[in-house]
Ligand binder design. Structure first.
Ligand SMILES: [Fe+2]
Length: 227
């Protein structure tokens, strides 16, 4: 028997090594941003820099070295998809830190305004929670909702496996980076470590250097006309 898994969602994982003194500097910088929030009540939702006025982290020179290393991983992802980057201008559209304290998490969401997104774990204690990806279109769903949890509980489905699951969890080590299409719904698992987890996330936009003859990809914004 042969089994073919067609039309995959491709998530790339790699490792980025930074010096420990650099990590300390970046962590302290993020803690400074995070401490400026006005805490009304203890939230179950992690602090995310993108919604707290820190959505351009990579314009901070302290993050220059890290952003360069992340850029090469993004290029690896584009190469994996056989996208010829010679035709593209590639931008960090947004970049921010997330700061997740004990029991906090982030609900399912997408970054639909961009093309590629990533998460890099700058500080990732054990049991501080992974990332979950979800599919909105289960290719193998031969009957509506046949693979939901309740069907598993009622033993209609023997066990969850990659063919019948609509979600997949990655619990990666510190210094791991994960890259995925921005449109993919994702969430984080609650932090159970009693120590903060810090990740750095970013959204990448790609556009054509020269849009002549191309219909679909974004034309270069240097050619746009402002109202
Ligand atoms: Fe996200």
């Amino acid at each position: 028997m042969k089994v073919f898994n067609l039309f995959p969602l491709t998530v790339l994982q790699n490792k980025i090594n930074i010096a420990e003194d650099e990590r300390t500097i970046l962590v302290n910088e993020i803690k400074k941003m995070q401490s400026q929030k006005v805490e009304i009540s203890k939230s179950s939702y992690a602090w995310t820099g993108d919604t707290n006025g820190y959505e351009f982290l990579f314009s901070n020179s302290l993050f220059k070295n890290l952003s360069k290393k992340i850029s090469s991983v993004i290029l690896e992802y584009l190469n994996l998809l056989e996208i010829n980057t010679n035709h593209l201008d590639i931008y960090y559209q947004r970049s921010w830190a997330t700061y997740t304290q004990n029991e906090q998490s982030i609900n399912f969401h997408t970054h639909s305004q961009s093309n590629i997104s990533f998460a890099y774990y700058l500080l990732k204690p054990e049991k501080s929670g992974g990332i979950i990806f979800r599919s909105n279109e289960l290719q193998n769903e031969i009957a509506k909702n046949i693979f939901t949890n309740s069907k598993l509980e009622k033993s209609l489905i023997n066990k969850a496996n990659p063919y019948n699951s609509d979600r997949s969890m990655f619990d990666l080590d510190q210094d791991s980076i994960i890259v995925f299409p921005s449109k993919t719904p994702h969430a984080t698992v609650p932090n159970k470590s009693n120590e903060p987890r810090i990740s750095i996330s970013g959204d990448i936009s790609i556009m054509l250097k020269d849009s002549k003859g191309f219909e679909h990809l974004m034309p270069n914004f240097s050619n746009w006309t402002k109202f």
